[in-house]
Design a protein around this ligand. Structure first.
Ligand code: ADP
Length: 136
């Protein structure tokens, strides 16, 4: 049984979130800490100039709101965490920081069934030092 479980969530595709949370809870011990994480893509300065003021702050707020909604709707107690960065690198940095022993991740976004694993999920599986459970 796992103690600290990280669930990376792409806020554009949250339909499986409840299912994934229950899989995480099933694999966690009684007091397992379950953390939902969204990584808001860091926008390079040259690209940010083209965007409206406060675009990234708004993206962070929207992502936090979506994760809070998932957490509030869940019968399972989960924490939420939203960070700015490069998704796969930030997922791995967070794993280290919270000392997660399991990552539960969806294989890819719905509709791209031809791929076995999406690009973020593939890099997480390849580089994570802890166990990774891929939900298809
Ligand atoms: P695809 O390339 O088909 O979009 P991804 O590998 O990006 O597939 O997504 C698979 C899973 O990776 C998502 O369901 C989510 O668990 C995780 N993921 C992708 N992007 C992010 C992100 N920005 N923040 C947190 N998790 C993410």
């Amino acid at each position: 049984m796992f103690k600290t479980i990280l669930i990376p969530i792409d806020v554009g595709h949250t339909d499986k979130s409840n299912h994934i949370i229950s899989i995480a809870a099933t694999n966690g011990n009684k007091d397992a800490r379950i953390i939902l994480l969204n990584v808001v893509e860091d926008i390079p300065k040259w690209a940010a100039i083209e965007l409206p003021d406060g675009f990234q702050t708004k993206s962070l707020q929207d992502a936090k709101q979506q994760l809070d909604a998932i957490a509030n709707a869940s019968e399972i107690n989960v924490e939420v965490d939203v960070r700015i960065g490069h998704p796969y690198q930030t997922i791995l940095d967070t794993v280290k920081e919270v000392d997660a022993d399991l990552i539960v991740i969806a294989s890819h976004q719905p509709g791209l069934q031809d791929y076995l694993l999406g690009s973020t999920a593939a890099k997480v599986v390849r580089h994570a030092k802890c166990s990774v459970l891929v939900v298809r």
